[in-house]
Design a protein around this ligand. Structure first.
Ligand code: NAI
Length: 462
């Protein structure tokens, strides 16, 4: 038995970041992880591997569609799926080993196994019980399927199975047009799979700016993805190597089916808190199964904190990281803070989609007077040169004060460009502040400045 200031349960982006910050702040820290490698869902079966496949499949798309236009002639590359998966696994390995290195560097003990909390102040891992003045629960989330659908990770898969299919399927049905469905659906569409996305609502990516939703869907359709909208999936029937997806169209209650070699279930995730013993401890939960915390990530049980996907808020790695750092600071007696109004969201398709702050729909509903400055990448020289002129930047600012309220980008490097607006919002900047900032030419960032200019006297290149 060992004694620690802090034991973090879970080594995903929330947990490992919390552990590192605790150690940096002088706290004796351990982190419990039952997987064979550190990094949680994000590094092992989520963000990182999916980005590797998105990158590889995008390169193929470039070779097939744009190389010849630039005078790069020759046979298009063919896909060696085994090698592509090996590349993805190598990327995972480099990242998970990186966390192991950081743990050693910061003298954090990795307690290998699945953790439980038998009582406040104690963490059980295997047969050993360790003491901890503070415990941070950072156990993340798991895919939530639908009733009538049995996931076997072979024919009916979650994102985990979709990252290691034995071969590229001919036909794939994706259930849910959210982030996971569209990122992985577009990977397989680019690799030649016939992809059909079945979505319950009438728009893709729920909660996103309406104009972005429409443009995004149009661009994905151009890339070959098909959509069945307003369709509630009822069940999935599996045969030996095939599946049949049964759905009901909401507009007329009619039934229909789709055949597939692989069905990807991407209908959301739910907090993963199994086996921790939170019930017995009396830790309060929300009706959605999230751990209830106060504004400083404390649960109702003294000494137990919770962060990331296991608590309320968007299920995003970077939100978990920020909470991890802040919770560590609170435990160390400092002032931990997360600005939930400025958390970017990114979809790593091509083009990328990124947003921060309010959507137009939210501002209208709140009756808030705002102005929208929009700029198309068609007017951006760099985007044109790089075959990346699809999409736009939209900045929303308060009508009176010009303070930036939100931004929505669909286009090249949107996931990087959005941070200019995040920083501006953190500083309470106006659209004019961004517009008056000199932006290097020729860069994609100029489109952000042009959108800011469009909030005032007008963009130059539109
Ligand atoms: P999601 O919540 O983003 O989307 C699920 C979609 O499934 C919704 O559009 C919903 O209307 C639809 N749906 C639900 N039941 C259905 C039914 N019976 N028939 C048809 N459609 C149905 O969930 P997703 O994509 O699984 O992602 C889970 C979480 O992981 C999200 O919170 C997401 O933010 C996070 N994530 C974030 C990434 C990123 O930031 N790039 C990447 C991957 C995941």
């Amino acid at each position: 038995m060992a004694s620690y200031d802090v034991i973090v349960i879970g080594s995903g982006p929330g947990g490992y970041v919390a552990a590192i910050r605790c150690a940096q702040l002088g706290l004796k820290t351990a982190c419990v992880e039952g997987r064979e490698t550190l990094g949680g869902t994000c590094l092992n079966v989520g963000c990182i591997p999916s980005k590797a496949l998105l990158h590889a499949s995008h390169q193929l798309h470039e070779a097939e569609h744009n190389f010849a236009k630039m005078g790069l002639k020759g046979k298009s590359p063919s896909v060696d799926w085994k090698q592509m998966l090996a590349y993805k696994d190598d990327v995972i390995g480099q990242n998970t080993k990186g966390i192991e290195f950081l743990f050693k560097k910061n003298k954090i003990d990795w307690l290998k196994g699945w953790g439980a909390i038998p009582e406040a102040g104690k963490v059980k891992v295997g047969d050993e019980v360790h003491e901890a003045k503070s415990i941070i629960v950072a156990t993340g989330s798991e895919a939530s399927s639908l009733p009538g659908i049995e996931v076997d990770e072979k024919i009916v898969v979650t994102s985990t199975g979709a990252l290691e299919l034995p071969k590229i399927p001919k036909k794939m049905v994706v259930i849910g047009a959210g982030v996971i469905g569209l990122e992985l659906g577009s990977v397989y569409a680019r690799l030649g799979t016939e992809v059909t996305v079945v979505e319950y609502l009438d728009a893709i990516t729920p909660g996103m700016d309406g104009e972005v939703q429409k443009t995004f869907k149009r661009l994905l359709e151009k890339q070959g993805l098909s959509f069945v909208m307003g369709a509630a999936v009822q069940s999935v029937e599996t045969m030996k190597t095939k599946a049949k997806v049964h759905y009901k169209l909401r507009k007329d209650d009619s039934d229909a089916t789709l055949d597939a070699d692989v069905v990807l279930v991407a209908t959301g995730r739910r907090p993963y808190t199994d086996g921790l013993g939170l019930d017995a401890l009396g830790v309060e939960m929300t009706e959605r199964g999230q751990i209830k915390t106060d504004a400083q990530w404390r649960t109702n049980v003294p000494g137990i904190y919770a962060i990331g996907d296991a608590i309320a808020g968007p299920m995003l790695a970077h939100k978990a990281e920020d909470e991890g750092m802040a919770a560590a600071e609170v435990i160390a007696g400092k002032h931990g803070h997360v600005n939930y109004g400025v958390i970017p969201g990114v979809i790593y398709t091509h083009p990328e989609v990124a947003n921060v702050g309010h959507t137009e729909e939210e501002l209208k509903e709140a009756g808030r007077a705002y102005k929208a400055g929009k700029f198309s990448f068609m007017g951006n020289g760099r985007a044109k040169a790089n075959f990346a002129a699809d999409g736009f930047v939209k900045i929303l600012a308060d009508k009176e004060t010009d303070r930036i309220l939100g931004a929505h980008i669909i286009g090249p490097m949107a996931g990087d460009l959005i941070h200019e607006i995040c920083v501006a919002m953190e500083f309470g900047a106006s659209a004019e502040d961004v517009a008056l900032t000199c932006h290097a030419h020729p860069t994609y960032s100029e489109a952000v400045r042009e959108a800011a200019l469009a909030c005032g006297d007008g963009a130059i290149h539109s």
